[in-house]
Design a protein around this ligand. Structure first.
Ligand SMILES: C[S@@+](CC[C@H](N)C(=O)[O-])C[C@H]1O[C@@H](n2cnc3c(N)ncnc32)[C@H](O)[C@@H]1O
Length: 312
């Protein structure tokens, strides 16, 4: 039987903090912390993926650089927060054009996601030369158990998951330490230049509390800053997706409420009239219409850093 899903250490129980700010009994610490409500998070993620105009995973999976990761033998890949494996499948298709086999260690906190990933492996030929090593753990648990002598990887990747780790900088350091001397780190995150981010930024200014980096409100710039400080060079490649947002405006729409939660990374936004109004106003002003479909743009970045290039 699958282990129950994880709970981030940084997640504070819902009842622990309430704020009198603005005279509401509002829990300010839930702003940007949708991931702390794991069941809601999964539903909202699913609703969000369904709103994207094109194949979400292909939009960033196709940007993974074509690189030879090692000269001979199986390439070793460490995947962090791999979800149901859709992105990994696209990536392995590319890797297997240059490498004959892959050892793939999957670290994923959700048992449900791991089961879905296993099902994908059974049916998807991209995994035919991939040996999977499943670890149902949070990254924090995984890194805590690693020693310096443990296996090193030619590629360590984290696609759209570093929003949710307890400590972004610690995680990046741990990822870096898991690389072989000529290994690569791949991180995919949204930029701080797109409309979804601006919504989150506005939302945090208005309703958030504490250190932004303790919430899921993180961007690719936070990662680039970490790399820049250490003199690590990297390549970036941008991708864009359009999100269908009309459903958010439909009173009482469950799907609309979940999309709103995902966009703001805040659980049950619609139950707080002021938050709902603020989010909808922002979306109304920043969305655009194409052939009758109301869309909001999100831009993400694929960051590819080489350990060989590092001065550290
Ligand atoms: C948005 S999904 C991204 C999935 C996949 N990487 C992709 O790009 O399609 C984030 C995934 O990370 C997992 N996750 C979140 N925090 C985690 C943590 N601290 N350790 C391990 N997995 C985590 C979630 O369960 C979820 O499957």
């Amino acid at each position: 039987m699958a282990k129950p899903d994880f709970q981030q250490r940084s997640c504070v129980p819902w009842q622990t903090f309430t704020s009198e700010k603005r005279g509401h009994g509002r829990n300010m610490l839930t702003v940007g912390r949708l991931v702390c409500h794991s069941e809601r998070y999964k539903l909202c993620l699913r609703a969000f993926v369904a709103t994207t105009e094109t194949n979400l995973y292909l939009s960033y999976g196709s940007k993974v650089p074509d690189t030879t990761l090692c000269e001979s033998g199986a390439v070793r890949v460490l995947g962090l927060g791999c979800g149901a494996g859709e992105f990994d499948s696209i990536m392995f298709k590319k890797l297997l054009q240059r490498h004959s086999s892959v050892y793939n260690r999957v670290v994923e906190g959700s048992g449900e996601m791991i089961e879905k990933y296993k099902a994908l492996v059974q049916e998807d030929r991209s995994f035919s030369a991939v040996e999977c090593d499943w670890r149902q753990q949070t990254m924090e648990e995984y890194f805590h158990g690693q020693t310096k002598e443990d296996t090193k990887f030619h590629l360590v990747h984290a696609a759209h998951v570093l929003y949710h780790v307890d400590d972004l900088h610690d995680t990046l350091r741990n990822m870096w330490e898991q690389l072989t001397d000529d290994g690569y780190m791949l991180v995919i995150m949204e930029t701080d230049t797109n409309d979804v981010w601006k919504l989150r930024e506005t939302f945090f200014e208005e309703f958030g509390q504490g250190d932004r980096l303790k919430t899921s409100y993180r961007t690719s710039s936070d990662v680039k800053q970490w790399l820049d400080t250490r003199g690590i060079s990297y390549n970036i490649s941008e991708y864009e997706i359009n999100i269908k947002v009309a459903e958010c405006f439909k009173e009482g729409s469950e799907a609309g409420m979940m999309i709103l939660d995902f966009l703001t990374q805040t659980p049950h936004v619609a139950s707080d009239p002021e938050m709902r109004t603020k989010a909808l106003e922002f979306i109304r002003h920043n969305s655009f219409e194409v052939e009758g479909t109301v869309l909001l743009k999100q831009i993400g970045e694929v960051i590819f850093a080489s350990k060989k290039s590092a001065k550290m």
